[in-house]
Design a protein. Sequence first.
Length: 363
Amino acid sequence: MSEQEKELRVLRDQIDSIDGQLHELLNQRAKCAQRVAEVKQKYQGEAAAVFYRPEREAQVLRAVMERNEGPLPDKEVARLFREVMSVCLALEEPMRVAFLGPEGTFTQQASMKHFGHSAHNLPMQSSKDVFREVQSGGAHYGVVPIENSSEGVVSSTLDLFKQFDLKICGEVEVPVHLHLLVNKGDSLDEIFKIYSHEQSLAQSRSWLDARYPHIEKVAVSSNAEAARLAKQEGQGYAAIAGDMAAELYELEAAVCNIEDQADNSTRFLIIGDQDVGPSGDDKTSILVSVPNAPGALYQLLEPFHRSQISLTRVETRSSAKQSMFYIDFEGHSEDQLVAKALAELAKESVELKILGSYPRAVL
């Protein structure tokens, strides 16, 4: 045995020993999670027991990153723990998560990033179906898009919060990397039709205009549907979509990252029927409706300024008689200053709906 092999043997034996310890600790954690479920069922009742606590998971993941000393990056370690927590939670109760489908979309990617791979993902045909599925109890939670860094807010999602009595329980941001997907063996010079969602076509317009100015671009319901059509129709057909769609439909990424903005991302909301407690680093979202009048927005924002509460998003929807404002801000509704500002706001507005307080995205 060479000196190299001797040194490698020692290191591999160490790795095997560490793996054994990790395995034992993982099973100990899983057993502890099962006991947590038993305690909740004992005191809350089996039907009413709440197994998933967004604020608790956010605190655990933040602690993971704070104590990490490397060489693994903070977020990579947190992702490992996210999957461990997902598996353990599935032992307590399998999580059912509705998302805006079909499979292979960025919304599914957001769901898996937030809940881990052990959750059961349920694709829905529309965001309204996601809201319905959660409100009816068919899913514990739902995932819907709320804004894109380049295309702005998703207005249809805001409208659904007025129709349904659901809460925002969390948020997750997903970097949007778009690829030109082709069938295996296809040449870039043979492409004559490209499918994609209208937003993805807009987000990669400069690249498309420079590379394929005269080729037909067809907008479809989702990037995943674009990938399915490209696969179904075969040679010469391409799609613009992400990694999940490429893997699901066995297409090749002929050109990667064709989005016009390198930092393009989409923010998604987690919706459910529960109030979420403070996690220590939270956001709150509200809907406020007021009559159209000079200074209406100033009156709404003044309590936040007086309490020194930072706003992270203000979106306006106006009609002939009334304006609706969607506002995100830092803090939890149970915080003293936030509660005071909301109480003042309630006196000024025609309608105030607190959509939820929830942990700021960790991953």
